[in-house]
Design a binder for this molecule. Structure first.
Ligand SMILES: [Zn+2]
Length: 455
């Protein structure tokens, strides 16, 4: 099939690639056989069936690196910080997943919602329930979404309804991994999913790290999200120098490890995470919603840390990655403005010598970080997300040889002057990000298969 549309794809962190009258040639196996000017592709493949999508645009499918399927139904309940929020809203919701039919229904709705928003790869935390996890995989297999899923593991300091025995947790997780990791040519994959250190024993973490290594599977967990959580980790793991050291001691840090949040990481922790090749997953709307703080995204990126982007539903209130890209840009703008304001205030304090002023500026972190742009956020949500999963050769852009995960959008839906002549790609992307609307996503394809269509 040869699709005719305006093609827009990431090329580098701050660079786009586009073909205004483009063609995307997808073969029978769902692989991109060609991407370029439409007329060139048509001349080279005169027998290819053409689907004319103009004036719509084709972009690579979005990659959500961290969210919680069972929390979808209790999103947007305001007022609490992380630990009380988990106890009040989240643990009771997750307990309901002991009903496997309920789990199937929730998974079906969840993946459908993601596809309708242009998300083609979903990296997901489930609950502790093995049967519910198996059902979620089955729904992902059926609906066509690309998924990295994992049964949550928690074997201490947890409510009775979710508390697991260490051996059972490891055995059930490994069984799910054996069944699902690599299914359908790698479309589905398994992530060992210890919720976070405060509810996991050392034995559980060490055991799952060994199992993930054996199977070449992923590990996903949370790190350094809130100040209260960091304090809890310090109490529970007095032998560890910091939060990162807890995971490192268990053998959990590697290139297939995804660490949610990482807002308050120290320089030394960032060094160790970078050296391990692990990815920190930025979830700006969740961080704002649960009052966790603003991750210094620009700083982390400029240090060469791998940072992905995700919605973190239910900490984040919405499943759309477009809005999450906007939130990443806006959070970094807020941080930049705060740094400038604080620096001005410090300048106004009389009686400080230069040495003390410098020390204060460093302690308060007042070196301004340039805000992140929509083009950069788009890169995080596509090509870099693929890289974080070790799947850069397979997904993340519209380059030939990759599997055809793409989204068809109508930019006119979010353009107040829809009748204007076509705007430059950077402007169009900016409006898709800052003014996103579900109605702009016309269709979503995963490996060439139509998984969602608006009409
Ligand atoms: Zn999370």
């Amino acid at each position: 099939m040869l699709y005719r549309a305006h093609l827009l794809s990431p090329e580098a962190p701050a660079r786009l690639k586009e073909f205004a009258d483009g063609g995307l040639l997808v073969d029978e196996a769902g692989v991109i056989a060609g991407a370029g000017p439409f007329e060139v592709l048509r001349a080279a493949h005169p027998d290819a069936e053409v689907t004319d999508l103009r004036p719509h645009w084709i972009l690579p499918g979005l990659i959500d690196l961290h969210s919680h399927l069972p929390q979808f139904e209790c999103v947007a309940l305001d007022g609490l910080e992380l630990l009380p929020w988990l106890e009040t809203h989240i643990f009771p919701a997750e307990s309901r997943f002991r009903d496997a039919d309920e789990a199937s229904r929730a998974a079906r709705d969840y993946f459908r919602s993601q596809l309708a928003l242009g998300t083609t790869t979903s990296v997901v935390y489930l609950t502790v329930h093995q049967e519910a996890a198996d059902r979620a995989f089955r729904e992902a297999e059926r609906c066509g979404i690309r998924g990295v899923l994992g049964k949550v593991m928690m074997d201490r300091h947890s409510p009775e309804s979710l508390l697991e025995d260490t051996g059972t947790s490891l055995a059930q997780s490994e069984e799910l991994c054996r069944t699902w990791h690599g299914r359908d040519g790698g479309r589905l994959a398994y992530a060992f999913t210890p919720r976070f250190a405060p509810v996991c024993s050392r034995e559980l973490m060490a055991g799952l790290a060994r199992a993930a290594e054996r199977h070449g599977a992923y590990i996903q967990t949370h790190i350094s999200e809130s100040v209260g959580e960091i304090e809890r980790v310090r109490e529970l793991f007095p032998e560890a120098a910091d939060y990162t050291a807890v995971y490192a001691a268990a053998g959990m840090l590697g290139p297939r490890t995804l660490l949610g949040h990482g807002i308050h990481l120290s320089p030394s922790e960032r060094d160790r995470i970078r050296e391990a090749g692990a990815t920190v997953v930025h979830c700006p709307r969740s961080n704002e919603f649960i009052k966790s703080g603003i991750m210094p995204l620009r700083r982390w990126l400029s240090e060469g840390l791998s940072v992905g982007l995700a919605t973190d539903v239910g900490g984040g209130p919405k499943l759309d990655m477009w809005g999450e890209m906007a939130a990443a840009c806006n959070a970094s703008k807020t941080r930049w403005a705060q740094q400038r304001l604080q620096a001005l205030r410090l300048d106004g304090v009389e009686g400080l010598d230069d040495a003390l002023r410098g020390r204060l500026a460093r302690a308060l972190d007042l070196e301004p970080d340039a805000p992140v742009t929509p083009v950069e956020a788009f890169h995080l949500a596509t090509l870099h997300g693929a890289r974080a999963l070790g799947q850069e050769a397979r997904i993340g852009s519209l380059d030939p040889g990759k599997e055809a995960d793409f989204v068809v959008v109508d930019p006119r839906r979010v353009d107040p002057a829809a009748a204007r002549a076509e705007a430059p790609a950077g402007e169009v992307l900016s409006r898709l990000v800052y003014r996103s609307d579900p109605a702009m996503v016309r269709a979503t394809y995963v490996r060439g298969r139509l998984c969602h269509a608006l009409d």
